[in-house]
Write a protein that binds this ligand. Structure first.
Ligand code: ZN
Length: 172
């Protein structure tokens, strides 16, 4: 309806331009049909299909001397308002983390609660969100999600296996 209204009263040159548009849109409309078919395929509606088993997630909040107050505030807000385990602020590098950070342990079912909130409330802090599978190297590299600017991690200190119990979410 809007297209028809726009065509009325426009000059011939404009009509040529607008005639060209549907042709350019054909590939888009094809790809939309394809994804619609995938949505109807039950195997594609299960988010765990093709994914390794995940025991939870970590969010690592990085900070420096200047951003320490923001990190402390975020730490306290997370601990007070979310069903997560929040670790202490660690000024010294530890494991694969080359700079100061604190860790948040997130149960799988709370990912959608915590991570979107961090997206909007990270106060300029850089945050790594990684899954907890049976391969720590992959978790911190190819499976990693970054909010803000990625930090180069020391992947060579990580084993290709799962995590000790203290790093996993506690059982409900
Ligand atoms: Zn971690």
């Amino acid at each position: 309806m809007a297209m028809t209204t726009m065509r009325i009263g426009v000059g011939r040159r404009d009509l040529v331009t607008s005639d060209a548009r549907p042709t350019a849109l054909v590939p888009v409309s094809r790809s939309r049909d394809t994804s619609a078919n995938q949505m109807e395929n039950p195997s594609m509606t299960n988010p765990s299909t093709g994914s390794p088993e995940v025991q939870g997630y970590h969010a690592h909040v990085y900070y420096g001397p200047d951003s320490l107050p923001a990190a402390e505030k975020l730490h306290d807000t997370l601990a007070a308002n979310f069903p997560v385990e929040v670790g202490q602020l660690r000024d010294d590098p530890i494991g694969p983390h080359p700079v100061s950070q604190f860790a948040v342990i997130i149960k799988p079912e709370y990912f959608q609660t915590v991570v979107p909130w961090l997206m909007f409330n990270r106060e300029g802090l850089d945050i790594l969100v990684h899954p907890l599978t049976d391969d720590q190297v992959d978790d911190h590299s190819i499976y990693a999600l970054w909010l803000g600017t990625p930090i180069e991690l020391k992947l060579d200190v990580l084993p290709r296996r799962g995590y000790r119990a203290t790093l996993l979410p506690t059982a409900a």
